[in-house]
Design a protein around this ligand. Sequence first.
Ligand code: AMP
Ligand code: MG
Length: 502
Amino acid sequence: MVKCAYPESIQSEHMNTLEQLNFDNTFARLPDVFHSRLDPTPLPAPYLVSFNADAAALIDMPADEAARPDFAEYFSGNRLPPGSEPLAMLYAGHQFGYYVPQLGDGRAILLGEIRNRAGETWDVQIKGAGRTPYSRQGDGRAVLRSSIREYLCSEAMHGLGIPSTRALCIVGSDVPVYRETRETAAVITRLAPSHVRFGSFEVFYYRQQYAHIATLADYVIAKHFPHLHGLADKYVRFLQEVVTRTAHLMAQWQAVGFAHGVMNTDNMSILGLTFDYGPFGFMERYDPAFICNHSDTEGRYAFHQQPQIGLWNLSALAQALTPLVAEEESSALLENYSAIFWTYGTALMRQKLGLSQAQEGDLDLVIALLDMMQDSQLDYTNLFRDLGRFDSAPDSVNEMLRDQFVDRAAFNAWAARYRTRLHGEASVDAERKARMDKVNPKYVLRNHLAQTAISQAQQRDFSEVDRLLRLLRAPYAEQPGMERYALPAPAEMPRIEVSCSS
Ligand code: AMP
Ligand code: MG
């Protein structure tokens, strides 16, 4: 278990026990049409699987609360912290391109929002907490496997500096849950400034309840975009900001080789956070058409489709906002998406090459490298990390890099271009490496790493979950002794198939 990171004095002065959490439930105060109030379904004999002290600090909760014997009772939903007002949120969404008129939290329950001493508010949501009015055919549960994947990946993304929901803890139970095979149940506690999604707006558009769209937009603006509050064109600007955040998020995903897998509009955060982790995957061998979700047979959400799908989803949001933002205005915003994505994405890729200045042709240099990586089936994460050690001296052959490529002549030609480009901005190798190591991670949540932690956790050994949590908190650091966690999946390991079923 992760030890408390705060000095005792800070803990007692500024931290709150589970009974003292400072709830301020603004979403619960919205009209009833936005949610259904209900209690979680009790989870038999819950036990703590993992606890994340970093996330606990966000809600001013001291880490030693996790040692309480009743901690798992609270974060299974069996006991409610005072001040919570549990509810399931209503939303709809486009799933794989088709509109589904009613989704909603089918297994997640928002306990409430906690206002911390820094003035931020954090939604506390327990996922896998039982059936709700929106469960449709589902059992309302989540399995330990998918809960560990979400827990680790949300913290890994945060460690990478990519906006994401956070994860406080996982509680497990031996109660069986049936997916493709028999598994066991778990509840993950998710923290986020908001769980409002594109689909939260869509539901009222398709029901033609336009007043509710304005109510929700006003709520989101007042709480999360307060600088827009009161402006005559606040809705246009709000949409503009969502477009920008989404374009930036897509650029960040592409830069680290992250594929989300289920980019339905109900999984698109209105705050531009990486949201709802399911069959995601970090790319190992570079393949732009990488499909991480085994259920995505058509490759709608393939890696290279993500930026386009981001735009498609924003168009669905813009459609839902037409009662507030005229179509001419929203189409102008959507037309900007591509420029925002490419400007930011190119800047990120330039950083990955360690370039300080922006020059014409930088993107070509990146694309040429990616093409070679694809031909040689190289590991996306590791190749960029290795590139930090590129020696720009004129006589250097950069053997360590060169020998990874099948076509060495092509690498030599590329290296000559790169060298010239570096010399052109008077780049200093050691400084460039230091810069590159801050943007090219050494450690990402490879599926096989998650799978090892899951298999051990299924045998009641949770130490690997905690180890990965610590590792992925600092993905850019070398972390001596942990090098094997930077290796791609062993060739003999069967390909891990992850699908929508979780
Ligand atoms: P997801 O694919 O996890 O984003 O979920 C899509 C929709 O299905 C959401 O409305 C979920 O709440 C719902 N859902 C997913 N799994 C379950 C389940 N086991 N029980 C009830 N609802 C579920
Ligand atoms: Mg979802």
